[in-house]
Every structure is written in C-alpha cells, then in structure tokens.
Write a protein that binds this ligand. Structure first.
Ligand SMILES: [Zn+2]
Length: 123
C-alpha cells in the first residue's frame, strides 16, 4: 500500500494497521489531536523525539496553501464571490478544517521518517 493511502487512513507508517490518533473524530475537542506514545499494533514509537511534530508545520503549511489556492479559484472565479465575503468565507473554512489539516500534516511528517515493514506487528 502506498504512503499516500496510509496518510489519508491515518495509520501507523510502520505496520499500516495501528491508528495514529486515539480518537477517529478529529473534532473531538479534548482528544482530537492526541496520539498514543506507541503504535498499539507494532509498538512503533510515535513521539520519536521531543518536539517531533513541530516539524509537521512544514507538511501542514503546503496543505493550507493548496486549499487556499483551490478555494480562491472556486469562490472568486466560479462563484464570483465579492472580495469581502471571500475573506470571511476562506477564514471560516480554513479555521474549521484546522483539526484535519493538523492531523494530515502529522501523518505526512511521520510517514517521511518511518517506512513500512512487512510483518512489523510480529516483531
Ligand atoms: Zn504500527
């Protein structure tokens, strides 16, 4: 299975089975971004080092840029939204997508450093 599919499924990069996040719902206010210390299936360390996910800013930022570009084309070119409303809309949309963007950024980030291992759950 490719890394991209694994990122979208939010699974452990090593065994592709354990969940990266404790709750499946990113909008769970309290634990939406909580991750287990280790993969529940293969034991892969999810923390790796202190402050590991600060680096995930570098993977969530491009997602924001991509979404802003997409929304700009959609709202300004196709919907022909007025500029004032466009800024309101884009702020609300990006703000409400924030938990998903942060999760995706972290999932991409850990997938950069940890590779898939066959039968990792048996080691
Ligand atoms: Zn795992």
């Amino acid at each position: 299975m490719s890394k991209i599919v694994n990122v979208i499924r939010m699974k452990c990069p090593r065994c592709h089975q354990g969940n990266l996040f404790i709750k499946r719902n990113p909008y769970s206010l309290k634990d939406g971004l909580k991750m287990p210390d280790n993969c529940p299936v293969c034991g892969q360390d999810f923390k790796i080092e202190p402050g590991f996910y600060i680096g995930a800013l570098w993977t969530s930022f491009p997602i924001v840029i991509f979404l802003m570009t997409l929304l700009s084309v959609l709202l300004l070119v196709f919907v022909k939204m007025q500029l004032e409303w466009f800024f309101v809309a884009i702020t609300i949309i990006l703000f409400s997508l924030q938990p998903i963007i942060i999760r995706l950024g972290r999932a991409i980030w850990i997938n950069i450093f940890v590779d898939y291992e066959e039968n990792a759950e048996n080691k």
